[in-house]
Design a protein around this ligand. Sequence first.
Ligand code: BGP
Length: 480
Amino acid sequence: MISKTNFPKNFLWGGATAANQIEGGYDLDGRGMSIADTLPGGKNRFKIVESDDFDWSIDSRKYRYPNHLGIDFYHHYQSDIKLFSEMGFKTYRFSIAWSRIFPRGDEEYPNKAGLRFYSEVIDECLKYGIEPVITLSHYELPLFLAKEYGGWKNRKLIDFFEKYVQVIIKQFGKKVKYFLTFNEINSAGQHPVMGQGMIPKTGSLNKQNVFQAWHNQFVASSRAVKIAHDFNRNIQVGCMLLYATSYAYNSDPRNQLANLQNEQEFNYFCGDVQIRGEYPAYTNRLFKKYGVKNLEITDQDLSELKKYPVDFISISYYMSTAIEVTQNSHDTAAGNLIGGVRNPYLKSSEWDWQIDPTGLRIALDKLYDRYQKPIFVVENGLGAKDKLTKDNKVYDEYRIDYLRSHIQAISEAIADGVPVMGYTPWGCIDLVSASTGEMSKRYGFIYVDLNDDGTGSLQRFKKESFMWYQRVIKTNGADL
Ligand code: BGP
């Protein structure tokens, strides 16, 4: 279907990945253990790591596959980026593993071999005219900082992060224009182990610690903005929010109010601080709800937050949710990451994530109304069980349908006047799933021959969606 495109000429079409889900090479060239290396595989991975008796001292690489090996991007990055360029990518969002640069996190000097790897990845992108977008922290923390310092609830992490960012900006700031601070920073309300590197034994599930850790991350984010702008004012730093459009289940004012508060708490709290540079008016209500008291917040912190807000907003968008507090009889959408009840108007993915392209248009309109900053959709996509045929083809029209409808929604938001910077669908090449630790939940345009049990040739094959997305980019969104 060809229509007139309203995507701007410089729209950043591309794809997104994260170090801990693709790289492998977990013990190569001086890399330290990362908190992501310790996550057990399987559907209950969050439950397991969030229980008090998960043994973090065990080298859990022994009983879990394949997070630590990823898809071996460490040794395939040249051919993988070549495939991205064949699809016509204008941009590639990836993350740097902090543990490759500072293996423990608190060292004096960075690991040169780690820097060399990312320098090569960046140069490989630039060779094809692909603009790198770098996430500084994507569910990633040197394990040592989690075990010895207790993760982000410890203020010392602000200084360690600052040093890490200084090294990254000094090294790559001449070549890279876009940086994101903390991936899905708001998701720590649900999963503090992943987002804040806090081990349950040290009290990560305690909201006091979660909010303290958020505060420390907010200050760290401001420092990153300062470092980047001092180096070169053209560098743009964004926050990254897991945005799940949320509806009141019906017009009962109690559900409407509950939905408003859910949106404030889940979708906006972190963004309000990182984008507006100050804590929102409803903060005290939130602290009261969770019994949070006397956080360590200095005047100096508040002035840094105000002085160095982010330049743009980036979001992941996969699903919407519905809020209902007046009855308890409704079915819940079990897979939805943030809870809520099932919305009868929507279909779900195989993992019970409710599919809602209109919700993306609503998200973009609401975010722009609230903040008036450019928005980058840096994650979106459909996790599915793909089937590789005998002649190495994957007919993934279900993925094409999902992406097409979400691209249409972005196009409508642009027509509404929202400045959308770009679109980087998640897992542009199949990778290890964050929530299940398995390979069988696939998002890619490129199939990777790797199974949950670790068998497979690691060979890459183009799916049907590869050719489709290539056309979409070539026509700047006209041929969907
Ligand atoms: C986001 C994360 C990604 C990614 C994606 C898909 O929450 O930023 O790291 O994995 O979700 O989730 P999953 O892999 O669980 O399907």
